[in-house]
Ligand binder design. Sequence first.
Ligand code: PLP
Length: 437
Amino acid sequence: MDKKINSHHWLPFTNNCDFLDDPKLLKSASGMYYWDQYNNKVLDGGSGLFCSPAGHCVESISNAVYQQLKRLDYAPHFMRATEQSFQLSEQLSALLPDPINHIFYCGSGSEAVDTAMKIALAYHRLVGNGQKQRFVSRERSYHGVNFGGVALSGMLKNREAYGVGLPGVVHMRHTWLEGNSFTPGQPEEGAFLAEDLQRHVELYGADTIAACFVEPIAGSTGILVPPKGYLERLRAICDQNNILLVFDEVITGFGRTGNPFASQTFNVTPDIITMAKAITNGAQPMGAVAVSSKIYDAFMDKSESGLPELFHGYTYSCHPAASAAALESLRIYQEEGLFERARSLTPLFQEAVHSLADLGIVKDIRSFGLLGGVDLKSQLKPGILGYQVQKKLFEEGLHLKTTGDCAILAPAFISEPIHIEEMINKLKQVLQVFDAS
Ligand SMILES: Cc1ncc(COP(=O)(O)O)c(C=O)c1O
């Protein structure tokens, strides 16, 4: 690359050189649509980045944030709190599966994952198992970009430039099996992949493993749906070996699978749930870690008295504006029945996504709830075709995320059938162009 570019702004997860040739600026948004700098209307097929199930620029959320900032702009949460942070915790607890009832706040999904890792280590130490320091996660997982989450994640490009990272993390195989291609919902085959956790127990010893981290559905790497029985088996192995099971629900939380959390949809209760994104409908940055009573009680009962139970926290833990956005988002989700709406839209959405199966360029399609992943066949280096496809899609008026050569659909829950039809038609048209070339 001999091309020199000069911009004050360095964009994340972006080819900056290419971007600056033809910048894609988002100028405004409303409901299901963005508008770019030329006033082109762009349908949002990805809820931003899985963030906005209630659609964009919901007036009552914007107002709640504005009113909050006028009343109390910033409040530290080290030895202080707000009424709203307690209210929010109570409401989140009501949505979460029992006994996951205690919430620790942070500013993003990446912070939530690293916080959960620290809680897991500190918990075992408190109860006399300080030697439990390893983590088990999975290939093709995404757990954010901080050092802990990068170590857990199973994506080469997100790891290779950053040295050895955090030691003591081992990976299970991912859950994609060729034989399950084009399966809508949960595949029948593949529960045996959970035995990888058992193999790590046998190789490293249960007494060295603190926690097993998985996304119930691997989202960012292309909607890898857990085979039937897989999550249940992970739960059983964790129970037998005193390993904490952590569900990273940064994408699947807040209704994406038709229930508040995927844990409820799959009927498997972990010990810790991480969340972010839709917690505020994307209107403010916020992440959170919810832990079971067993974990919380251990900290409250066993920590040294007079000192913080957990030496961890962020300047922006539970920022008042984020709390206000979260409280209003939860109200809307509930009053407008958006999780039920996600559930009832699912059959139509799945049928629409799977209608792309006939295209020659399509290698596999997976779907669950309002999540769809369309793998593309490519002769190019991995990721190049996906990049070109998402760029062309934006020009044709559809925003969605691609990871590698997979196009990922995650519509807002306010979608009408006509929006789903528009998404699929646009995707089909663009894929036909690439198919023919
Ligand atoms: C499962 C999962 N965990 C963590 C993260 C990181 O969240 P953030 O980008 O808010 O740091 C993401 C982001 O997509 C995610 O999908």
